[in-house]
Design a protein around this ligand. Structure first.
Ligand code: NAP
Length: 465
């Protein structure tokens, strides 16, 4: 919680920051408080803001970016001064202290002071701030963007303040950062999505070594190899940097026999694949149809289903791609542009298939309807057309379940289960992933372009030590 900030009017600061479970940045008004917030904006440049309203967003984009870009949080005491000049009566509330402003300032000079909770009152409004300063004031090399657009225009490479883990978090020194289509969609503002934070360090997936742990995390984790998921899911600073910070369960120990390269490919595609296959229960003894098995998600879905005891039928769009398919997990591979793909699938599954893992719902739903069993599930994570038609009555008579998958919002426990299963499957040698040579951090834009072009190999960035 402490690398997040809370600014707003609170019912009673006496409740204490520790009890704030939802961190907000809202209720920003004109007047003296604005000065306070302006100063705070500088202090918090590059820090996590968990939740904020539209007005706050405006404020942050004006005050934090780019005007205060050059101000290192360590070097500026402006926020404190502005709190004073705004007439605030300040106190510090941390577990052990309740002291005055002078003490806060002196504590601030002790860089690396860790958590500081400030509460106070400006005129008639209560203000509470929660922050954490970078302990050593160090910096890290990273790729980031402050506005959405084409990769070559908006991605920047350079130094940004280093990150510190908060309670229940770990800091990972990243070796490889995995790039996924979802990362490039966020960057380019797909479907009208906006910047969720003033600055984003992209990519949710990666692999590296735990370098530091926050309060409440077993220090024995330091030095362990991990793969990381969700680093840039509802969080601003992902894995395209030397350091990333995630909740400790999102850094999953990598067995010795699983490479960093594989680890960096397990996050978004693996967790999505896992849910597509298992969300509706075990698949042992079932027949699972997986579309687009040369793709990142689908390749893993096919292998997970096979690992779990299903008979797997995989498809590719074009016949000439059949030769590229890794058949080890497949009972049969079908080309969707072949003479009669429905018959080819029915030849392997005369009774129909139990589950479909669907990468292109609008393209394949008619075929899916023609090959499913009664009570089958079509689990889909993408579609070409965003308002697909489907054959309602035949699917109704087959009691088909359409499961839509949005991986950012899978229930936390299902992600944790997926992480455990993926790690075990990788350890057991059940996952083989086509991975291209990692590109250096400086070529992040090229990496994004490759992902958008839809290559057959997973795209990684190599992060310098
Ligand atoms: N909903 C979620 O939570 C979630 C999670 C992960 C990914 N996604 C989305 O899912 C999509 C795929 O992700 P990915 O990482 O697997 O991408 P990928 O590695 O580029 O793979 C996409 C695969 O889908 C195949 N494909 C495309 N249209 C097809 C069709 N009509 N029938 C059969 N196969 C088809 C492609 O075949 P070709 O090689 O022939 O082009 C390719 O093999 C992306 O749009 C991504 O953003 C969504």
């Amino acid at each position: 919680m402490t690398d997040h900030l809370v600014v707003g009017s609170l019912p009673s600061w006496r409740d204490g920051p520790a009890k704030q479970s939802i961190l907000t940045f809202r209720d920003i008004t004109n007047g003296p408080e604005k000065n306070v917030l302006r100063g705070l904006g500088a202090l918090f440049a590059g820090w996590t803001v968990i939740e904020y309203d539209e007005q706050a967003r405006e404020f942050l984009s004006r005050a934090v970016h780019p005007r205060f870009d050059h101000l290192h949080p360590r070097l500026t005491y402006h926020p404190m001064l502005e709190l004073v000049t705004a007439g605030g009566r300040l106190g510090i509330a941390d577990p052990d202290h309740s002291v005055g402003f002078g003490y806060v300032c002196s504590r601030m000079r002790d860089i690396g002071l860790g958590r500081t909770f400030l509460t106070g009152q400006t005129l008639d409004r209560r203000v509470m701030v929660t922050w954490k300063l970078p302990a050593s004031g160090g910096s890290m090399r990273a790729v980031w963007y402050d506005e959405q657009g084409p990769a070559r225009v908006v991605l920047r490479v350079g130094e940004v303040p280093a990150l510190e883990p908060g309670p229940s978090e770990v800091r990972v020194r990243v070796r490889l950062s995995g790039v996924n289509p979802g990362d490039t969609k966020k960057r380019r503002g797909w479907l009208g999505s906006r910047m969720p934070f003033p600055r984003v360090i992209p990519h949710s997936d990666g692999a590296g070594i735990v370098e530091a742990v926050g309060e409440g995390v077993d220090p024995g984790r330091v030095g362990r190899r991990v793969w990381v998921y969700g680093a840039q899911s509802y969080r601003p600073f992902g894995t395209s940097a030397q350091l990333t910070v995630v909740p400790e369960h999102q850094a999953v120990e990598l067995p010795d026999d699983v490479s960093d390269e594989v680890g960096a490919c397990l996050g978004i595609p693996g967790i999505t694949a896992h849910r597509a296959v298992f969300a509706d229960g075990p698949v042992a003894g079932m027949t699972v149809l997986v579309h687009g098995v040369l793709g990142g998600v689908s390749a893993l879905a096919a292998q997970l289903a096979h690992w779990a005891g299903a008979t797997v039928i995989g498809t590719v769009r074009r016949e000439h791609d059949l030769g590229s398919v890794n058949r080890s997990a497949l009972a049969h591979a079908v080309a969707l542009d072949g003479r009669d793909p429905v018959a080819a699938i029915r030849a392997v599954a005369p009774e129909g298939v139990d589950r479909v893992v669907e990468v292109a719902f609008s393209d394949n739903v008619d075929l899916d309807a023609a090959v499913v069993k009664n009570q089958a599930v079509i689990a889909t994570f993408a579609t070409r057309r965003d308002r697909p038609d489907f054959p309602f009555w035949p699917m109704l008579f087959d009691n088909v379940v359409i499961r839509l998958l949005g991986s950012d919002d899978f229930p936390v426990e299902t992600k944790r289960q997926a992480a455990r299963d993926l790690t075990t499957a990788a350890h057991e040698g059940a996952l083989s992933i086509a991975i291209g040579d990692p590109l250096p951090l400086e070529r992040a834009a090229e990496a994004h372009d490759r992902v958008e072009a839809g290559g057959r190999e997973r795209v990684l960035l190599a992060i310098p030590d």
